[in-house]
Each structure stands twice: as C-alpha cells, then as structure tokens.
Design a protein around this ligand. Structure first.
Ligand SMILES: [Zn+2]
Ligand SMILES: [Zn+2]
Length: 919
C-alpha cells in the first residue's frame, strides 16, 4: 500500500498481480448457502464450446455478465456466477482425425487454455462449480434423464426420414437444418435418409411451451416470436377423402408438365396445413381393394359402402374446412404412400413423379423450397369428397412436402392464393363457396347475390358459405365447427390442432457424445441399462475414421454386453446423444456441481431457480432455448424442481463484427483477445467491448477504440494517484467524525466547487445504477464515468491548491473507483488499495445517489409560444409553475413574440417546459 505506484499506468504489471491475489481467495466469487440472509441472484452467460481459443464475441458476452455480477455483489446480493464447458461435439472428432489426438485429450487441453484466458481477463466466475459436460460425472445424468424419459414414454425409437449431413456423417435435428443445409456446414446440402432413431417427445409439451411464452415477459419479444413460429400451432380439421376405386386408368388430365408461373410459397410455410406426421403413417398400410364405383351410390350410402370396404382414405389437414365444397383437387406429395402404389404399375407416371422428386430435391439444395416453381401431374385417379360424394382429381405436386403434415392437401383455388395459382396454371376448376358479407346483407340470399363481386381468390374468413349444400348461409366460423362435428360423427375426420414442432431426434452416429443407455436383446427387445449400471462409459482409445455409421459400433468390447434381463448376450445402442442434450439442463448442475448421487439437490435448485438473468447470442433462440424449456418441464413433472421455466430474464447480445463481417477464421478478420490483453490490458479490452455500442447491438471492432479506452483508464490512474494522499487524509477525517454515518457532507455544508463536483458525481451514480436495472446501455454508463472524470480533472488547478475538502476529495475518487469496478475490475482494485480503502472492492457497497445533492440549482426550460419554440430560460431547480411562467414572460424574445396579443392559456410542466398560447 505504501509503496509508490509507478508513474505510468501499466496493466501488464497491475493485472497479473491482482489475478494472483484473486486466485488465492477461492471464496471471492463463491456463492453463499441459501441461509446467508441475502437475496439471491443467479446470473449466467451461455457456456462456451471449448474450441481452444476465446474470441471477441466471447469477451463481450462474458464482460456483460461479469459487469452485472460484480454490481450485484456490491449491492449485497448472494450471487451465483458459474462457468462450464459444452464439451462434447463434432470438432473434437475432426481434430482427432486431423491431428491424431484423442477427442478427450484435445478437449481437456482446450478447456485448460480457455480457462487461462478467462482468468487473465479477470472474469469473476466461481470455478468451484465448474461443469464439463464430457465428464462421466456429468453425462451419467444425461443417461439417467434419458431412462426417466423412457419410463414415461417421452423417449421412443422409430424409423423415420432423417436429415443427414454427409459432412458431419450424422443425423441432424430439424432445428439444425438451415435453408436446406447443415447448421455447421453452411454449404453442405442435407440429405434425407431412413434410419431408426431415438426421439424425445417434445411435442407432448408443445401446447405448454407455446402458452408459457406469454409469461416470459423478461425475454426479448423477438425470441418469443421466433419460438412461437417454430412451435407453429394451428387449429383445423383432418378429413379423409376416399379413393374412388372404380376410375383406374383414366386418361391423364390437362396440361401436365407445363412450365408456367413462378411459385411464391409452399405448404411448409403455409397457414397450417400440416398435421402430425403420425397420422400419415396410416397411409403406409393402404391396400387397393376391389374397385367399387363409390360415387355412383345414393346420398350417403356410398360413404357406408366405402367404410365397409375399407376404401383407401387420403387424409388431409385443413385450417379451412368451411371451404371444402370448393375443393377441386387433392394434391399429394410425390413421396406419399399412395403415389408409390399408383405408380407401381404405371411406369410413365413413375417417371413423371421421379421428376417432381428431383425438382423438390433441387429446390431444397437451392435452399429455398418456398420459391419452388410449382409443377403437378394428374394421376388419372379420383378422390371422393366425403361431405358431398363429389369426385375430384388426384394430383401429385412438387410443392407438397411428405415430411410436413399428412403429405396431402385439398386444393381450394377460390379461397387460397397458392391453390389459385396452381389451378390457373393447369386449368383446374375454380369453384367459389364463400361469399363476402356486404354490410347490411343479413340474409343468405343477399350474401349470395354479392358473391359475384368477390375477387378470387377470396381468402378472408369473414364471409358466408354458398354452393355448399345444406351448409349454405353459415358463417365461416360456424361452418368450421359444424363440419368438424359432421366429420367426427360420420367417422371421416376430426378437429385437429397441429404443430410445426416435431419430436426431437437425438440419435447421432458420432463418438464424442453421451452414449444412449439402451441395450438390444434378441429375446427381450429394448432393455434400458439399469440405473445402478450408469454411467455407460465412452470407451477411450477409439479410432475416429468418419466413415459414416457410429464409431462405437466398431468397438466390440463396447457393443457386446450381457442382457440385464435374461443374462444372455446382447448389444448396446451405439449412437450417442445430440449435444444439445448436454446444454438442456447444465445450469441446474452448477449450484450443486459435485453431487455424486443425483443430478442435483432439489432444495438447492429450488433456492436458485429460475435463473435471474441469462445472457447469450440470439442464434440460440430456437435450439437451446426451446430444448432447455422442454427439459425444465420434464424435470418438473418428474418432481425434481418446482419452476416451470428455467430463465426469468433473457438478454441477447449483438455480434462482434470487423470490416463489415462477423469475425471468423475463414474471413481472416479475427482479433485475438490475447493480443488485446498483451497490448492494452484486460480492462481495456473488456471495457471497450461494453463501450463501443449498446450490448444488444452489433459491435464494429475498432482497435483505435481499445486504445482510446486504455488512454482513459491511464487518466483515471493518474488522477487517483495524484490525489490519493489527500483522499487518505480525508478518510481519516471522516472516520474521526464518528457522528457522521455517511462520508461526504450534507448539501448545506458544501458549496462552490465541492458542490459542483458532488452534484455531477451523484448524477452519475443515479444514471449508472438505473441503467444496470433496465436498459444495460453500458456504453452510455461508461461515457458518464468519463464525463465525471473529465469534470474532476478539469478542476485540477483549484484541486491542487486544496479548493475541495479532503473528505469530499476522498468521496469523489472513491466513487469513481466504485463505478469503474464492474467494467475495469483490475484497475479498480488497484486504485481501491491506493486510496487506502480496506477489504475487497467486490464487497464494498455500491454507491447510492443522494437526490438532494444530485439536484441542479438551475434548470434550462424551453419556452414555446403557441407550440413553437422561442427560447430557453434558466429557472431555479425547485421553481413552481407560477415562477416558471413569470420567468418565461420576462424573457425579451418571448415579450417580443407576445406583444399586442393575448395570452389565453399558459401550459406549464414543472421542471420541463412552458407554452404560452396566444390569440
Ligand atoms: Zn454438417
Ligand atoms: Zn435379454
């Protein structure tokens, strides 16, 4: 303390010194037990993937969270601020392939390197709670959760079409397919393959995941909207059309293979024509029975006959069953099971269908299925509308997707944009069945009369039914309800809520992940690994070839196992879990990271959850942030936790860009945090990342800016060094005045320069405190600290001759240091000591703004005459309305403006403005 600070701000000396001291004090950043009597605050930044090198995006992310954590510590909260590693994943396998380093070794080495960087940056994490997801102590609980979900029917296995990235040589979840390409390999087109996979039944929670978004008012609206769209709920009806078996080998219809208009949309992005894929499986078992001319039967008797004969049903989903009398075709996806049967003995048709499949594939490859040019082929077969027995042609179309909905739709050209486009192109019938209700047209007849006035396609639901038999005259809404109940009672359909959200496919044909704890026995089928045999350990020393297929399948010692049920030989599941499983619940482990008998102690978790503030990139709005909400709800239903949602407040920071592009190795515009730290110090690098733009916006990295922040910190250092002796004397003064509870002096005891500087100081405290609670515009917070420092420095000459009392001087410098502490922790710690203050700065009280001292003596008040700004007048800060009006009227400019007129009204907003209305 007593030794002289060198004459130059030298972060390279200061920072390692404090880093060492902090490392020697493991309690510094440790959370306290629940009974510590303080309010709790759980602040968390998303855990990084251990690539081996922090980048500037990380620095910014963690600088935001660390500033908040430090400020909350100083405000007296019991803060949990942990860190861990999302340590499973593909890059470790790629590195193994490239460098012949085992994934585990590579990963642990990277973790060590990044931890060194974190420590050097001075991030205040509680490393005692560190979680590393590739460790058996952690992933055994992934396996345990998987078994619990299996017990509950939430984990299941099925054969399905999966997204396959040839580059990753593994399956991807729907969420990991971006514009038809792999989320990791932006140029690699995702293929469709049939594989038996494990799924987690996230759709069981679709409704709750959607509804609870309304409760998350601490989340950015943008993220909530993205999740709503992703869940994609739509209400509608599923209806069975019946294959008319008496119309085989019809001549093929009009205009197949036209090369008409541009497509503008597709069913995938449509207004909810999708349905649960489960229902489309019913089409797998179709058999074409004896041909029966169904539609020739009387009224409903054809329907009975069709049901008796188990006629093939083509299930469609529609949100507009009220328009079903306007359906003039049924459109099937090229991969629809019925299409396979229709083409089985029709090679010509098969060739055409194959072309449609090829077009679809190309559109997927181009990344924009929504813009596919619509083509269709008539099959020559006919489907019967179950409501009226009318036949409609069956087409196969390239814009209908097999993996969305039932893979079949009814086409209603008069009341749907895309159907209209398609029907126009191919000359299909357009039959209007909804008429707009003109104002005053209360009767069906009147509405029907108006029908011709509607421009087709008429897509509004604000109308009445026409040309719809006994349903004519019903409103669209009433018709939907009634038609649904008819479908249900006659057994050809039902009301259906569908979701865009699909179950989460978690099987990965990778090595570096959590082994799925399942065993296959020839006698007993699927046998879960008994809980007491967890963890199923990943074998070490395995050769990574990336030849496709699960690497674990090539390890006989892993694969071959004794069946836990019959004791006979059996085989292990060789797929591993999607690494998004790891991050779905990791934050529950932090508060009880060493627990060896459970994923966590529910009591401890109950205290800390929900997370008060979560901070991460908006790119996680869908994947991680939906999966972890799902996991939370499952854990709640398992009785492990009490909270419905994991995160109360979410903050998504902007990206760090340089030269107009996101920093990336391939673009060669990466700025290394190590370089910045070596040249300017960690404080400057951190503070710049907060200063350069509001944290929710993108940050354009400018090295000049880092240098500027560094120069500012040097000025602070010089200022405090210069007056530290005065401040220390002031400290003794204020301590000798025992009666004074607060440092500094009441307003009536200070004046002149002291009052001026204290006023600025209290204004700055108020601004920064408020910003921490709300907007987090740390850029303007730091600018405010700079202004305060400028003002103190600007008074250097009078300060040097003692114009400000020592206790005031002490309070000024002390406050500057306290306000800097969240942003530049190293320098703040150094100067705290220099000022002779005792104890850890992190435990010092956050300064409180005194509104009396913050108040300006005078305010500048804009004066308007009849709403037009005329001038600005100075009034006493506590002036009342009458005094403000008098000051305004006394101003020469105002006098000139109102001369010869009558002031009919004076509008005065105290402390804000005066407006004189004249006539
Ligand atoms: Zn890939
Ligand atoms: Zn067995």
């Amino acid at each position: 303390m007593a030794e002289e600070i060198e004459q130059r701000y030298d972060p390279v000396v200061i920072e390692p010194k404090w880093q060492q001291r902090w490392a020697a004090d493991p309690g510094l950043y440790a959370a306290e037990p629940a009974d510590c009597g303080k309010p709790k605050y759980y602040v968390l930044e998303m855990l990084p993937y251990p690539s081996g090198q922090l980048h500037m995006g990380h620095v910014r992310n963690y600088a935001i969270g660390d500033a908040l954590a430090r400020q909350m510590w100083m405000r007296g909260y019991n803060v949990l601020h942990p860190m861990g590693w999302d340590a499973f994943g593909l890059p470790a396998e790629n590195a193994a392939l490239k460098n012949h380093t085992p994934p585990r070794e590579w990963t642990l080495k990277n973790i060590a390197a990044m931890k060194r960087q974190f420590l050097r940056l001075g991030m205040g994490f509680d490393w005692a709670t560190e979680v590393t997801t590739c460790m058996p102590e952690y992933y055994r609980w992934n396996q345990w959760f998987f078994l619990k979900m299996y017990e509950k029917g939430l984990a299941y296995r099925k054969k399905s079409k999966v997204n396959w990235c040839p580059e990753c040589a593994t399956v991807l979840a729907n969420e990991q397919v971006v514009d038809g390409c792999c989320w990791r390999h932006e140029e690699t087109i995702v293929e469709q393959r049939d594989l038996v996979q494990w799924f987690l039944r996230i759709t069981a929670y679709a409704e709750e995941l959607l509804d609870d978004l309304d409760k998350l008012d601490g989340w950015p609206e943008k993220v909530r909207t993205m999740q709503r769209n992703w869940i994609g709920r739509s209400e509608g009806t599923e209806v069975d059309f019946f294959l008319d078996e008496g119309t085989g080998n019809r001549e093929q219809g009009t205009g197949a293979e036209g090369t008409g208009s541009e497509g503008t949309g597709n069913r995938e992005q449509g207004t909810g024509r999708q349905a649960d894929p489960a229902t489309s499986r019913s089409n797998d078992d179709l058999s074409l029975g004896t041909p029966v001319p169904l539609r020739s039967a009387q009224k409903d008797s054809w329907l009975e006959a069709a049901k008796d004969r188990k006629a093939v049903r083509i299930r469609v989903f529609t949100t507009r069953v009220d328009t079903i009398f306007g359906a003039t075709s049924v459109q099937l996806a090229p991969q629809h099971a019925l299409v396979a049967q229709l083409t089985a003995d029709n090679p010509a048709l098969k060739t055409q269908v194959d072309e449609l499949i090829e077009q679809q594939k190309k559109a997927r490859e181009a990344g924009d299925l929504g813009a596919i040019e619509k083509h269709g082929i008539p099959t020559g077969r006919v489907a019967i509308n179950p409501y009226n027995g009318q036949p409609v042609p069956i087409w196969v179309a390239n814009y209908i997707l097999a993996d969305y909905g039932t893979g079949a739709i009814m086409s209603v050209p008069a009341h749907d944009e895309r159907d209209f486009e398609f029907a126009t192109k191919y000359g299909l019938e357009i039959r209007q069945v909804i008429a707009p209700v003109a104002e005053g047209a209360a009767t069906v007849g009147q509405a029907a009369d108006r029908a011709e006035e509607a421009v087709l396609p008429f897509v509004s639901e604000d109308g009445v039914l026409i040309n719809s038999g006994e349903f004519d005259g019903l409103t669209c809404t009433d018709a939907q309800i009634l038609l649904q109940s008819v479908a249900r009672s006659k057994g050809f359909g039902e009301a259906k809520v569908t979701f865009r959200l699909k179950d989460w496919g978690v099987s990965r044909q990778r090595y570096w992940g959590t082994p799925i704890p399942m065993i296959y026995c020839e006698r007993d089928g699927i046998v879960p690994v008994p809980e007491d045999q967890l963890p199923v350990l990943l074998p070490e020393a395995i050769e990574i070839t990336q030849q496709g297929g699960s690497p674990l399948a090539r390890v006989p010692e892993f694969v071959n196992v004794i069946c836990p049920m019959c004791g006979g030989p059996a085989k292990r599941e060789t797929d591993t879990m999607d690494t998004f499983v790891d991050s779905s619940w990791y934050f529950y482990r932090y508060p009880d990271a060493k627990n060896a008998t459970a994923p966590f102690d529910s009591k401890i978790v109950k205290y800390w959850f929900p997370i008060d503030q979560y901070i991460g990139g908006v790119e996680h709005a869908i994947l991680h942030l939906i999966y972890s909400r799902f996991w939370t709800k499952v854990m709640r239903d398992l009785g492990l936790i009490a909270n419905d949602e994991p995160v109360a407040r979410l903050f998504t920071q902007g990206m760090v860009i340089k030269d107009g592009a996101k920093m990336s190795k391939s673009k060669g515009n990466v700025v290394s945090p190590d370089d910045m730290v070596a040249r300017y110090g960690a404080d400057s690098a951190r503070m710049y990342s907060l200063f350069a733009s509001p944290p929710d916006r993108d940050l354009d990295w400018q090295e000049d800016g880092v240098a500027g922040v560094s120069r500012f910190l040097a000025r602070v250092w010089r200022l405090v060094s210069k007056y530290s002796a005065v401040a220390r004397a002031g400290r003794e003064d204020s301590q000798s005045q025992v009666s004074e509870s607060r440092p500094g002096a009441p307003r009536d005891q200070v004046s002149g320069l002291s009052l001026k500087l204290l006023r600025k100081m209290h204004q700055t405290i108020a601004k920064i405190t408020q910003d921490f609670e709300g907007r987090w515009h740390f850029n303007t917070c730091i600018a405010a600290i700079m202004e305060l420092v400028n003002e103190i420095q600007g008074a250097d000459a009078p300060l040097a001759v003692g114009a400000v009392e020592a206790p005031v001087m002490r309070e000024l410098l002390r406050t500057v240091v306290l306000l800097l502490a969240p942003f530049a922790p190293y320098l703040a710690a150094e100067l705290w000591e220099e000022l002779g203050e005792e104890g850890a700065l992190l435990r010092a009280d956050w300064p409180v703004s005194d509104p009396e001292l913050a108040k300006e003596d005078e305010l500048e008040i804009p004066v308007q005459v009849s709403g037009k700004l005329v001038t600005v007048v100075k009034v006493a800060a506590d002036a009342d309305g009458a005094a403000m009006e008098a000051a305004a009227r006394a101003d020469e400019k105002v006098k000139a403006r109102i001369a010869g007129k009558t002031v009919v009204k004076a509008i005065v907003v105290p402390g804000k403005m005066v407006n004189l209305v004249v006539k």
